[in-house]
Write a protein that binds this ligand. Structure first.
Ligand SMILES: CC(C)(COP(=O)(O)OP(=O)(O)OC[C@H]1O[C@@H](n2cnc3c(N)ncnc32)[C@H](O)[C@@H]1OP(=O)(O)O)[C@@H](O)C(=O)NCCC(=O)NCCS
Length: 152
């Protein structure tokens, strides 16, 4: 068994994050994605196993809201609870920063991610029609952070 360390992003994590991003999303330009994360991310957490980044989550803050800009886990490390740990720590960060709501957009076909979010109490707050470049719609999901207290 390995131990997973959740820590803040370090610029040396960039290449690992770019690789995870490229295999997780239908992305054409991971460098651009990383640039966006670094520009708009107020909190970037990584899951580190023995010095290798196996997952990350990017949060941006605006007024009372925390938005999940991206979350992904390296393919061979999925279904091991790493997404859950990253999301839990991100929720803690948002609460520490006095945010009231957490928001995200997710492809309507992405049931694995929706299941993960629902486990933490996220609810579907709306549909964003043709939100993605390929025409797929997104669910807007929302979590009321005031209702989250036990994150042990
Ligand atoms: C979504 C993602 C981050 C989940 O990470 P993960 O480390 O595999 O998730 P966990 O092992 O912590 O799983 C937590 C819960 O999510 C749900 N889940 C995860 N993978 C799932 C799958 N393939 N099918 C159905 N439910 C799934 C389950 O409810 C799971 O709980 P359980 O294992 O007790 O059943 C990962 O699948 C991923 O990187 N996907 C590609 C990128 C992506 O879609 N990001 C989200 C964009 S909005």
């Amino acid at each position: 068994m390995y131990s997973v360390l959740i820590r803040s992003f370090d610029p040396r994590d960039s290449s690992d994050i770019m690789r995870i991003d490229a295999e997780s999303f239908n992305t054409t330009n991971p460098t651009y994605d990383l640039f966006i994360y670094l520009t708009y991310g107020n909190d970037i957490l990584v899951a580190d196993i023995g010095g290798m980044v196996v997952g990350y989550i990017v949060l941006s803050y605006k007024e009372e809201e925390a938005k999940i800009m991206s979350l992904a886990v390296k393919r061979e490390f999925r279904r091991k609870g790493i997404g859950k740990i990253l999301l839990k720590e991100a929720i803690k960060k948002a609460k520490q920063n006095s945010k009231k709501r957490m928001l995200l957009e997710v492809r309507i076909s992405n049931t694995p991610a929706q299941n993960l979010y629902k486990k933490f109490g996220f609810e579907i707050a709306g549909v964003l029609e043709s939100y993605y470049f390929d025409g797929e719609s997104a669910y807007l999901m929302c979590l009321d952070l005031n209702k989250v207290d036990d994150l042990s």
